[in-house]
Design a binder for this molecule. Sequence first.
Ligand SMILES: *Cc1c(COP(=O)(O)O)cnc(C)c1O
Length: 342
Amino acid sequence: MPLTLRVDGERWRQHLQAVARDYPRVVPVVKGNGYGLGTSRLARRSGWLGADTVAVGTYDEVPDMLSRFTGDVLVMEPWRPFLQAPDDRRVIHTLGRVEDVLELSRQRSRARVVLEGVTSMTRHGLTVQELPAATRALGTLRLGGLALHLPMSGDRSGEADHWCAVLEGSRLGTTTVYVSHLAEDELTAVAGRHPRLRVRPRVGTALWLGDRSALHPCATVLDVHGVRRGQRVGYRQRRLPGNGWLLVVAGGTSHGIGLESPSAGTTLRSRAIPLARGGLDAAGFALSPFSVGGRQRWFAEPPHMQVSLLFLPRHVDPPRVGDEIPVDVRYTTTRFDTVAIT
Ligand SMILES: *Cc1c(COP(=O)(O)O)cnc(C)c1O
């Protein structure tokens, strides 16, 4: 009963290659659900793109990556003494606290590391003031760069510049800076202002999901029932608001399909339209992310584990069992049954 991600392979691969051309030192980010495409596929694609390093989110993701990718694996979650960190020469650890630098250098001589500088994200990392102590604590650890995780808004280039200047004035002895979340023009500008540094962007979304026109998430229609106004359906036996059809479609909570249409394309305006139309949300119905006839349709009740129930008014031509209908998903939280690349 598939929720399927159909990928226009030609288009997708062309986009990947364009990104790799524009960012020659790109470090593909391969983590979580593999941006809906699956981490194994993205690991193989990273090799195909010629990447020498991939970045993963957590230590749990490392073993699988080591078996599917032949280059280095940068772990973005900072090393902590309580995490199970594989002892492998291809793994690069991120350190963000002086005490962790001391502890890792005690436990693993010559392990490969990057130091993370804290940014206005305020997630992880050392402050500028802590950097000298961290530098002294490195011992035999092999430092491969400075890592920066920038927010999606604000003066990101300014922050990146600031840290680049700190690196240039430091005794760290590395010229590599791994940067997350700088736009292409910002990246070029920052790299241009610091010609002695090797700026390496860590990119996930803009790489794997950067050309949405290559990606077509769709749900298979599993059943179509003619229904009458007032008829009770579903687990909750709610009364339907009109005559029409009840569609049973693939995709439920187990796939990460929620009540709200979730994608970034959902603007306030598009949310307001059903309200202005006097839509069914006034009656407690929720707009679904599934579309029929070019319009998002209403859930007849909250999604189930593997399927969703949609109400389709009488004047709409219902799809047939086996047809696929478009569904608007948030890729990073969706588990597709099938990813079909053509
Ligand atoms: C997930 C993550 C990225 C990649 O983010 P995208 O928005 O998918 O490009 C980069 N850096 C860090 C630290 C991350 O956690």
